[in-house]
Design a protein around this ligand. Structure first.
Ligand SMILES: Cc1cc2nc3c(=O)[nH]c(=O)nc-3n(C[C@H](O)[C@H](O)[C@H](O)COP(=O)(O)OP(=O)(O)OC[C@H]3O[C@@H](n4cnc5c(N)ncnc54)[C@H](O)[C@@H]3O)c2cc1C
Ligand code: FES
Ligand code: FES
Length: 499
């Protein structure tokens, strides 16, 4: 096993002697790359954003922006990272560097005042700059580089620039002093990468292959095996090990709650956990695919998930977060369980003895508890086909983006000839576990999809679960939101507003 090392801005940097829980943020700053900033250390501000070369969806490599404060540096062993310092091109000795196009636009359009957030914004912006389908949009006619970017907005879509720039790429970046309009101006003014742009050219080759890692310092270890079978054997030998995928939950535990596991096992690059297949009777989604990868690869093929993803955290978090991790936490306020319950999904669990499939409705057994045994991993999520046509995901939270749900409701209904043939409704935030809204489902099935049915079912729905009062919402509010959500769905599907 070779010593752990990361390629940063084109140069290899050894990980030693950092302890295994060291975040990529601390690792980079220790090496003098202090453009990468710490704002919150919990994935909320994006000041720590860096680019990582990952398997691409439309090209061999995508430049993906992630929160360096959440990722263990050891998880990047053998990988390629670019920081804000690596975006600019060094000049000859004694001459200044040439700014990267996104840095240039931020500078000339006043996108930076104190500058604390700027390197993070620039990395998120660069990831979007290199997104292949954005570039295709621009090449097919989107205008760019107007003298004043503000004049060239496509007013029909407030969240996309005329250059195809998706503002959601910046949804995980906060700026406390500049104000967002100049930052948006900069984003909407960037053009397409030129042919000699090194990071654009880098997309044409595969990203570095995952490497097996055995990084041990003092008494703690970060371990990564090459195959699922080897990983499952390791988990049998080390039942104390903490499994980590995107580490968007685990990074918070390390930074904010000072959790220090003796043994962390990385599973995010395991090929067996990164497959997405459409079979005749179901769709199988690997537990270690990131939400961004699933979103782009399904490309709207599961409309309920397509509605969920933009409401899940920020692009930076979705670039790391996995479905396995969202189910693995067992959190009652995770956003994917209500949707997966409505889709009647099951989870495939694997350990060294084999695999078993468990319906998600039977998976959660109590607050942050599940039927998953020690040494068992979630290998994949299976969504049965065909899909119900009427779907919606209602996330009730204090902010529109990048917030935790107070209540989440997911619907998958079959309505034929005005009759509800089948209703599946998943709820989050109203009990110790995510639950199916069974009384409401029963109140809808076999009935006309009418104001009268929906008002009766909404009364049932207000009584579902055992909602608590906490700092996010009171129990009364949560119950009220359940009923309102069904009325909203009815209004959305019929444009009739029940009383
Ligand atoms: C700023 C911020 C915003 C967030 N917003 C949201 C949000 O809007 N909605 C939401 O639902 N969540 C949100 N989260 C929580 C988090 O991003 C999700 O739970 C995410 O899906 C976790 O995936 P991960 O791969 O990063 O998990 P990790 O952090 O890698 O792991 C989380 C847990 O799951 C276990 N685990 C991981 N993979 C597996 C597997 N394959 N099998 C068994 N166990 C496994 C790990 O052991 C660990 O206990 C947010 C987090 C942050 C930091
Ligand atoms: S430091 Fe705030 S997201 Fe990483
Ligand atoms: S420029 Fe000061 S925080 Fe954004």
């Amino acid at each position: 096993m070779v010593a752990a090392r990361i390629t940063v801005n084109g140069k290899e940097a050894p990980l030693t002697p950092a302890p295994p829980h060291t975040t990529a943020l601390d690792f980079l700053r220790e090496r003098g790359l202090t453009g990468t900033k710490e704002g919150c250390a919990e994935g909320e501000c994006g000041a720590c954003s860096v680019l990582v070369a990952r398997p691409g969806v439309d090209k061999p490599t995508d430049w993906v922006a992630v929160n360096a404060c959440l990722v263990p540096a050891a998880a990047l062993d053998g990988q390629e990272v670019v920081t804000s310092e690596g975006l600019a091109t060094a000049g000859a000795p004694g001459t200044p560097a040439t700014l990267h196009p996104v840095q240039q636009e931020m500078a000339v359009r006043g996108g930076s005042q104190c500058g604390y957030c700027t390197p993070g914004f620039v990395c998120s912006m660069a990831a979007e700059y290199y997104r292949p389908d954005r570039c295709a949009h621009t090449e097919s006619g989107g205008s760019t580089d107007s003298a004043d970017g503000t004049d060239s907005y496509d007013s029909t879509d407030a969240e996309h620039g005329p250059n195809g720039f998706d503002l959601h790429a910046l949804s995980g970046n906060l700026c406390r002093c500049t104000g967002y309009r100049p930052i948006r101006d900069a984003a909407y003014a960037v053009g397409t990468p030129t042919d000699d742009d090194p990071l654009a050219r880098r997309r044409e080759q595969s990203p570095p292959a995952p490497v097996a890692t055995e990084y041990i310092q003092d008494d703690s270890a970060y371990l990564r095996r090459s195959t699922l079978a080897e990983t499952l054997r390791l988990l049998r030998e080390r039942p104390d090990a903490v499994v980590v995928a995107g580490s968007t939950d685990w990074g918070v535990e390390v930074n904010i709650r000072s959790r220090r596991a003796d043994c962390v096992v990385g599973i995010d690059r395991l090929p067996e956990l990164r497959e997405l297949r459409v079979e005749s009777g179901h769709i199988e989604i690997g537990a270690a695919l990131t939400l961004t990868e699933i979103e782009r690869r399904l490309d709207g093929g599961v409309p309920l998930l397509a509605e969920l993803f933009p409401q899940f955290a920020s692009r930076l978090i979705r670039n790391g977060a996995t479905l396995g991790g969202n189910l693995g936490t067992g959190s009652p306020i995770g956003d994917s369980p209500p949707a997966l319950l409505a889709l009647e999904a099951s989870v495939v669990l694997a350990d060294a003895d084999g695999e078993r499939e468990v319906p998600l409705a039977d998976y959660f057994t109590g607050y942050r508890q599940s039927v998953r045994r020690p040494g068992e991993l979630i290998r994949s999520v299976r969504i049965p086909l065909p899909l119900s046509p009427v779907v919606a995901f209602h996330k009730i939270a204090k902010r529109r983006f990048d917030d935790i749900s107070s209540v989440a409701v997911a619907y998958a209904l079959d309505i034929e000839d005005g009759i509800v043939r089948k209703a599946r409704i998943g709820l989050g935030g109203v009990a110790a576990t995510p639950i199916r809204s069974r009384a409401t489902e029963a109140a809808l099935e076999g009935k006309p999809w009418s104001t009268q049915t929906v008002e009766g079912a909404a009364r049932e729905m207000r009584g579902e679960g055992t909602p608590m009062s906490d700092h996010r919402a009171s129990s009364l509010y949560r119950s009220a939101m359940l009923g309102q959500s069904l009325l909203k769905l009815y209004a959305q599907t019929t444009e009739a507003v029940p009383s």
